[in-house]
Ligand binder design. Structure first.
Ligand SMILES: [Zn+2]
Length: 62
């Protein structure tokens, strides 16, 4: 287990307190609960709610 994986076990989404998980591109972190994406900037995670972006790879329900 990497240090980052251990970190994610204690990190929670600042918006909804949901669990976070590493995105497949390993450059962002996803919140499953509210579908926000937090970007990694040079290895540090930007968790300011205003900097979170909606998850792109999710199909819009119509
Ligand atoms: Zn969330």
């Amino acid at each position: 287990m990497t240090v980052q994986q251990e970190l994610f076990e204690i990190l929670a989404c600042p918006v909804c307190r949901g669990a976070l998980e590493m995105a497949p591109d390993r450059e962002s972190v996803l919140c499953r609960a509210c579908s926000l994406r937090y970007l990694m900037n040079g290895g540090s995670l930007d968790m300011r709610p205003g900097h979170a972006v909606p998850r792109e790879n999710q199909e819009e329900g119509r």
